[in-house]
Design a protein around this ligand. Structure first.
Ligand SMILES: Nc1ncnc2c1ncn2[C@@H]1O[C@H](COP(=O)(O)OP(=O)(O)OP(=O)(O)O)[C@@H](O)[C@H]1O
Ligand SMILES: Cc1ncc(COP(=O)(O)O)c(N)n1
Length: 275
């Protein structure tokens, strides 16, 4: 007989949708948490029939089912950090915001999933309003992509200067910090993100990685920020570490399916397994 070594690890919670293709959503989040040696828990909001080419169907869970999952996790296991992804409808968004307040969910990273990087809207207009009014003011860090930032700032974003102006404008919606992501920008701006926390306006820059396989970069980035917050890093350090992780995962993106494949979350293992 041998005895187990009991380990204690930080815990993170993702409140997000399922991606049947395994590239984004809950699947990307849990892989990212695992890579960071953070125990991943989840509250599923919806089930998408999705692959590398697009989303065929979305089925929402009842808001009460989302609440029950959150409570089951936080009241027993406890969490050090939480992220939200695809919340889909105003009922789910209001329920998550209520739980965030009542249960004092710590380190809340809100990825305001509204528009895919290719520009197609993923949630209804009323849900966008609910995100803006109920959830964004509770966020520790808000991570809009180019198109989401355009909606939230009501401005066109096509230059670094317009990303910086948008970050400052979106900050007034009430999040403690905003990261405007550049993956949907043209050319060299694809690897550039802009941070604003009311004080520091920073440009985080990596060289653009030339790949079409970028599905799930946004989910992966916000999950990595969440994992780093759960590990005890401060907000800006968590973002810098997460960006570096996504860049490495992009270097080992996976050629799967006929469309945009996912990033390689376990890139050190993948690298050593290639011939
Ligand atoms: N080709 C690239 N080269 C370098 N970094 C990139 C590239 N594409 C995206 N990124 C980085 O990936 C992160 C996620 O940003 P992105 O704008 O892609 O989010 P998103 O649109 O929410 O993601 P998704 O494509 O999953 O919808 C950011 O840090 C961004 O700078
Ligand atoms: C279930 C689900 N959640 C989120 C996204 C968008 O994610 P990303 O912004 O990473 O493409 C997605 N395509 N599917």
């Amino acid at each position: 007989m041998s005895v187990s070594n009991y380990l204690t690890v930080p815990v993170a919670l993702t409140i997000a949708g399922s991606d049947s293709g395994g590239g984004a959503g809950i699947q990307a989040d849990l892989r990212t948490f695992a890579f960071h040696k953070v125990h991943g828990t989840s509250a599923l909001t919806c089930v998408t029939a999705q692959n590398t080419q697009g989303v065929d169907r979305v089925d929402a869970l009842p808001a009460a089912a989302v609440i029950a999952q959150i409570l089951a996790v936080v009241r027993d296991i406890g969490v050090q950090a939480v992220k939200t992804g695809m919340l889909l409808n105003p009922e789910i968004i209001a329920a998550v915001a209520e739980q965030a307040m009542e249960e004092h969910l710590p380190n809340l990273v809100v990825d305001p999933v509204m528009v895919s990087r290719t520009g197609s809207q993923l949630i209804a207009d009323e849900a966008i309003l609910a995100l803006r009014e109920c959830l964004i003011p509770l966020a520790t860090i808000l991570t809009p992509n180019r198109y989401e930032a355009q909606i939230l700032s009501a401005s066109e974003i096509d230059t670094l200067e317009s990303m910086q102006a948008a970050a400052q404008r979106i900050f007034t919606l009430g999040a403690r910090a905003v990261l405007v992501k550049g993956g949907g920008m043209p050319g060299e701006l694809r690897g550039v993100d802009v941070w604003f926390d009311g004080n520091r306006l920073e440009v985080l820059k990596t060289a653009t990685v030339e790949t079409i396989h970028t599905h799930g970069t946004g989910c992966t980035l916000s999950a990595a920020i969440t994992a780093n917050l759960a590990l005890g890093h401060d907000m800006f350090t968590a973002v810098k570490l997460a960006k570096s992780y996504v860049t490495s995962a992009l270097h080992y993106s996976l050629q799967l399916g006929q469309g945009q494949g996912p990033v390689g979350h376990f890139f050190p293992l993948l690298e050593s397994s290639q011939p």
